[in-house]
Every structure is written in C-alpha cells, then in structure tokens.
Design a binder for this molecule. Structure first.
Ligand SMILES: Nc1ncnc2c1ncn2[C@@H]1O[C@H](COP(=O)(O)OP(=O)(O)O)[C@@H](O)[C@H]1O
Ligand SMILES: Cc1ncsc1CCOP(=O)(O)O
Ligand SMILES: [Mg+2]
Length: 266
C-alpha cells in the first residue's frame, strides 16, 4: 500500500495536473504554492462567466468555504454543478461547518452536487452530520476519533470519501477506513494547513480519479510526512511553513516510505 501511495505522489509530479480552486482569502497564496511545490498546477478562478469553462479544462476541483460571500457561493454552485455533470473529482473543505447557519445552508446546497471527497477537521465533520453544535470557528474542538461514527455516516449518506484530519487522520469510504499518524502538533499553528490538505487531495484525485480513497490517503500521507520533516527543522510556525513548502518539493521516496505510518484499518 505504501508504494501505491508514493506512486500517486509521483504521478502528481510527473503529470502536473491542473487543479481548480475556489478557496478562501486567508490561504489562497499558500494553497497555490503548496500545489506547485507538490508538482501540480494550481488555478484560482471564481468569475461566473468563466468558472464552468475552468472546471471543464481542470483535472480536479477544490471548493473551500472559508470566507464566504454571496457571489462566491454562486461561483461554487456553478463549479460543482459542472464537475458533477462532467464526472470530475471534486473535494469539499467545509471550513467552519456548524459555526453559522449560513455556512450550514451553503454546505447543504453543495452536498447535492456529490463531492468526491470531503476533508475537514473533527468538529466540521461532526457538524455536517449534526452530531455536535460545539464548534468555535475554523479550528477543531474534538479529536478525529470522536468523529469516526459521524464520518462513517457522512460517507454512507453522500457516497463521498471522508477524511477527518487531526493528530491522527482517518480516511473513510463506506465501511472501510484507514488511519495515518504522521504530522506534528505545530501544523495546527499554521493557518491553512487543512486547506492545503484539501488542495493536495484534489491533486492526488486528479491523477487517480478511479480510486479517490487511495488518492486521499496519498495526499494525507504526503501532508503528514512533510509536516513531520519540516517540524524537525523549524523553530516555530513561521519557519514550519517555509520548510513545509520546501519539503513538498524535495521529499524522496526513501524518506516517504521510511516515515509513513499507516495504522488501524477496517
Ligand atoms: N496534533 C497534530 N499532530 C500531527 N498532525 C497534525 C496535528 N494537528 C493537525 N495535524 C495535521 O495538520 C493538517 C491539517 O489538519 P487540521 O489541523 O485538522 O485541519 P484544519 O486546519 O482544517 O483544522 C493535517 O495534515 C493533519 O494531519
Ligand atoms: C482563519 C480562517 N478564517 C476563515 S478561513 C480561515 C483559514 C482556515 O484554514 P485551515 O482550516 O486550513 O486552518
Ligand atoms: Mg480547515
């Protein structure tokens, strides 16, 4: 399995797939840089007259609801509708799910266009299946394991691969799941790490559209291993971010296979 994950990461480097992102103002620049460092080709586009054409030429779409407004919500509707119609993989990052009724309403609409993958932290995944209203914004107040049942329910209800990120990442599809225990606590001190995880998931799905479960595992393993290596070199959140980008660019097969910690599965 570890070799298969590396093959997907290598395919991103070899194919440089175009990944279309409609994401939030906070992370747009780091997300584009992370996709480039991983070998993908990012484009951010949300204008109504072009958004569906951009989906048509991209290999995957990533929708992130971090900083919503009405115009962007319409862009997201148009884009996801097109991805669904063309059967292109698309990833939903439900940033801040449960924090406000508006976010919940937008998410409900987006779910009708059947995301291929939903990647969020534990609080967001729990909010999506309404098992918790305890959410304080974009950061999680729960451990990923606490959201496992919610993630399984969400996957069953939507057909999507569900990834719950945190100290342990859980990647769920219907009645199977894998856990990954790489990464470093410092990663949660850099804004946009979750958004980067969702964008890299889009890149991996772009080169492995038939198997989004393994593609999501590959993306999360890449995140975790790179974060771990970066944390060893960093002095704090600022330098973690720099080393993380360099690490995505430099990571070798040997280092990846040596470090990746695939855990529990069913
Ligand atoms: N305590 C931790 N230990 C190891 N890795 C972590 C930890 N917290 C977050 N990560 C990693 O950071 C990335 C972002 O996850 P997370 O913080 O859950 O997302 P979000 O930023 O959306 O809340 C993931 O790759 C995750 O594995
Ligand atoms: C702080 C913040 N506020 C709205 S979007 C955003 C970024 C969230 O990024 P992540 O979920 O990846 O930490
Ligand atoms: Mg997030």
């Amino acid at each position: 399995m570890q070799e298969r994950l590396w093959d997907i990461i290598s395919a991103v480097r070899a194919q440089a797939p175009l990944v279309h992102n409609i994401t939030n103002y906070v992370v747009m620049n780091n997300t584009a840089n992370a996709l480039l460092a991983a070998g993908a080709s990012p484009v951010m586009a949300h204008a109504h007259p072009e958004v569906q054409d951009m989906v048509s030429i991209a290999s995957a779409l990533v929708i992130n609801i971090g900083t919503l407004d009405e115009y962007w919500v319409e862009s997201m509707g148009l884009a996801t509708q097109q991805a669904h119609a063309l059967q292109k993989p698309w990833v939903l990052d439900p940033v801040g799910a449960g924090a406000t009724p508006y976010r919940n309403q937008v998410l409900e609409e987006l779910l009708t266009y059947k995301p291929t993958v939903i990647r969020g932290n534990a609080s967001e995944i729990m909010a999506l299946v309404k098992t918790s209203s305890k959410t304080k914004g974009v950061d999680s107040t729960h451990q990923s394991q606490e959201a496992l049942t919610a993630g399984q329910e969400l996957s069953a209800a939507t057909g999507a691969v569900v990834c719950i990120s945190g100290a342990t990442d859980l990647i769920i599809h219907q009645n199977q799941y894998h856990s990954l225990s790489n990464g470093h606590p410092l990663m949660a001190k850099v804004t946009g790490m979750g958004c980067t995880a969702s964008a890299l998931t889009g890149a991996c799905c772009a080169v492995q559209p038939e198997d989004p479960f393994t593609a999501t595992l590959a993306a999360m393993a890449l995140m975790g291993v790179t974060g771990e290596v970066a944390a060893e070199q960093a002095n704090g959140p600022g330098t973690l971010q720099l080393h993380f980008l360099d690490g995505l660019h430099q990571l070798s097969k040997e280092a990846f296979l040596k470090r990746v910690k695939l855990g529990e599965s069913s």
